[in-house]
Design a protein around this ligand. Structure first.
Ligand SMILES: NC(=O)c1ccc[n+]([C@@H]2O[C@H](COP(=O)([O-])OP(=O)(O)OC[C@H]3O[C@@H](n4cnc5c(N)ncnc54)[C@H](OP(=O)(O)O)[C@@H]3O)[C@@H](O)[C@H]2O)c1
Length: 281
């Protein structure tokens, strides 16, 4: 049995669909049912990762897909107990979704710290492991949905920062390989999209796909900070400014890893958009 957590998330949805096409039984773990049902034959368990529902979901599981954790208010990494529960349940292998900052060393940067500590915890877990360090997701443009609903004017933070945006489908494809074969044990893969892309270029492609006259304006830093603070704790907002304004993190780097592992080039933003335009409409 393979357990996919975050099963209705951007990667989880694709991963469950890919794995459901194979022979291994699949269980999907999710906070609550999503808008679309899981494919036929997929066992679903609902609940919080830090509740007993997760322990129930681990029953009979050999491999588990987990997102990186976070350091909580009491100073502990929530992923530690999730890994311990997996080990106690007899799980053998974990595939961890991390990000490019997981390869850094700045423990004062909250995003980097969560990813570095999560990777350390997985390596020390006693389980076999595979770590996926992804670049920024193509699906991050879903964050523009409220503005797209309100009109044609987009205002975005860090508009001058190019990102080698990756289609979550490609992260799922590599995760599926790692979960179904033993060939990727002990590997840490840095996964990127095929080209760096700017928010304005993404907006132009969305405008074309939706037949709309969109404009995009880069937010001044103080406006961006105030807006981000409305839904992110301040240490994470500081981390994003350190990355993208001070320039400590380059997410524009393109690597051949997805093609090396899957045998086909990574999907471009245009491919992601073709698959998701209806959700942006
Ligand atoms: N966005 C990026 O550019 C980027 C880049 C690198 C790494 N990452 C990492 O990738 C992960 C996914 O990012 P995303 O932006 O695409 O988010 P997402 O998949 O839209 O959302 C994450 C999913 O995690 C599940 N989840 C969260 N908290 C949970 C809890 N307490 N209990 C059970 N399930 C929980 C939810 O899945 P269910 O609804 O199915 O429960 C949710 O859909 C995050 O860890 C993020 O840090 C993101």
């Amino acid at each position: 049995m393979i357990l996919v957590t975050g099963a209705t998330g951007n990667i989880g949805r694709d991963l469950v669909a890919m794995l459901a096409a194979g022979d291994t039984p699949i269980r999907a773990f999710s906070l609550e049912p999503g808008t679309a049902p899981f494919p036929a034959g997929v066992d679903a368990v609902y609940g919080d990762l830090d509740s007993d529902a997760f322990v129930r979901a681990l029953e009979g599981v050999r491999s588990v897909f987990l997102h990186h954790g976070a350091v909580t208010a009491d100073g502990t990494l929530n992923l530690e107990s999730r890994l311990a529960r997996a080990r106690d349940a007899g799980v053998e292998h974990v595939v961890l979704l991390s990000g490019g900052p997981g390869g850094g060393s700045d423990l004062d940067n909250a995003v980097e710290r969560d990813q570095i500590l999560s990777e350390r915890a997985v390596r020390a877990s006693g389980l076999r492991w595979t770590i996926l360090r992804a670049s920024g997701f193509a699906s991050n443009v879903f964050r523009w949905l409220p503005q797209l609903r309100a009109g044609d004017a987009l205002s975005v933070p860090f508009a001058g920062v190019p990102v080698a945006a990756i289609d979550p489908y490609d992260i799922a494809a590599v995760a599926a390989l790692a979960l179904t074969t033993g060939d990727h044990d002990g590997a840490t893969y840095r996964l990127t999209g095929p080209e760096p892309i700017l928010p304005a270029e993404q907006a132009a492609q969305i405008a074309e796909a939706l037949g709309r006259d969109l404009t995009l304006r880069g937010q001044p830093d103080d406006e961006a900070r105030a807006e981000l603070l409305a839904f992110l704790p301040s240490q994470y907002v500081d981390a994003l400014f350190t990355f993208f304004v001070d320039g400590t993190y380059n997410d524009a780097r393109v690597l051949p890893t997805v093609e090396d592992l899957t045998g086909r080039p990574p999907r471009a933003f245009a491919d992601w958009l073709a698959a998701h335009a209806e959700e942006l409409r």
